[in-house]
Design a protein around this ligand. Structure first.
Ligand code: SAM
Length: 327
């Protein structure tokens, strides 16, 4: 599938639930959330059918996300189904790793190949403040179990908000160096809870790089791009691994975006910042044939947005949080 800007779409992110067990301050409100009724969430059969329809169209890589994907009961079963779909070469998951200690082994055995763990603080109090849950210990146990289960390399993704966890950049880097994680900093985007986002709260990649160089060690650019994503790669000169910088706001990579997304309730989005969605579930549950579903996908891809418009006067913030879209 090639869109109207010449981008080849090979990547599908699948949200398996909108529910989350954390309340990251930049993502979700503190108060009780209203989750989708279970009947509205796609079943494993429906997800698998959709993947079987889009794989022949050129989708080769899948990533499970949410909400928190580990909350979806029977997740290894879904993994096992999806890795068997002809044409699917790679299946990853983005998770907060709470409870991963129990699931890392079964997920690996089912065929999950890549793991990205979201972690914005290594200080227990700071973690609790950021996520409104005292769960750091479980995350660290999850990371440990993931290593033992054979996931390598494990990517740790951090979002830095200037007035909240800028002081965690250096400790996160030290943790990653010690354990061999690829640490990636993802710029804070204007999506999610309320109107907390401000330009000045974004910590740009360039600033992170200066901080790490001054406090931790010299980093050299890695020539080739990350085959698996939009990160600019940097390697520690002393050989202690690498980091990635994802400049979603200050250095957008929309020109190379190769993704589409399926929300937990079966809406297809062609951009994280889409204001239009396409109702896949209505077709799946309405007796549509595979050709009709494929047509919806190719028509949506043909109209994929050129890019997000963050910082421009005509920027429209999606009215959904990242957790309900599938981050
Ligand atoms: N629960 C899983 C997790 O924590 O990785 C998957 C879903 S979560 C929405 C996916 C990613 O979105 C997390 O790494 C989170 O930090 C990121 N995210 C949420 N809101 C964001 C925002 N406003 N800017 C940048 N990243 C955001």
């Amino acid at each position: 599938m090639i869109d109207s800007f010449g981008r080849e779409i090979v990547n599908l992110r699948i949200s398996v639930t909108d529910r989350c067990n954390l309340r990251c301050s930049y993502c979700l409100p503190e108060e009780t959330m209203t989750w989708l009724p279970r009947s509205e969430v796609l079943t494993f059969e429906e997800i698998e059918r959709f993947v079987r329809v889009v794989a022949p169209l050129g989708i080769r890589k899948l990533r499970l996300t949410g909400g928190e994907p580990l909350l979806r009961r029977g997740l290894p079963d879904l993994v096992a189904r999806l890795v068997q779909v002809p044409g699917i070469e790679d299946l990853g998951m983005t998770t907060n790793a709470v409870g991963l200690d129990r699931l890392a082994g079964p997920l690996r055995a089912a065929g999950l190949s890549r793991l990205n763990v979201s972690l914005d603080a290594v200080d227990r109090e700071k973690y609790r403040e950021m996520t409104r849950r005292d769960a750091l210990e479980s995350v660290l146990a999850g990371l440990d179990a993931a290593g033992h289960a054979g996931f390598a390399p494990i990517k740790v993704n951090a979002v830095i908000e200037r007035d909240r966890n800028l002081d965690q950049v250096v400790p996160l880097a030290r943790l990653a160096r010690e354990h061999g994680f690829v640490l990636r900093f993802i710029e804070y985007m204007p999506i999610g809870r309320g109107d907390a986002w401000r330009d000045e709260r974004v910590v740009a990649n360039a600033e992170i790089l200066r901080l790490l160089t001054a406090e931790v060690g010299v980093l050299d650019p890695v020539g080739e791009p990350d085959g698996a994503g939009p990160a600019q790669r940097w390697r520690w000169r002393d050989g202690a691994g690498e980091i990635g910088l994802i400049g979603s706001v200050t250095e957008p990579f929309c020109d190379h975006c190769n993704r589409i997304r399926l929300t937990a309730e079966g809406k297809l989005r062609t951009c994280l910042f889409s204001v239009v969605e396409h109702d896949v579930r209505a077709l799946l549950r309405g007796g549509a044939g595979d050709a009709e579903i494929a047509e919806l996908v190719t028509a949506a891809v043909a109209k994929k947005e050129p890019g997000h418009r963050i910082g421009r006067p005509d920027f429209v913030k999606p009215d959904r949080t990242m957790s309900s879209i599938g981050g």
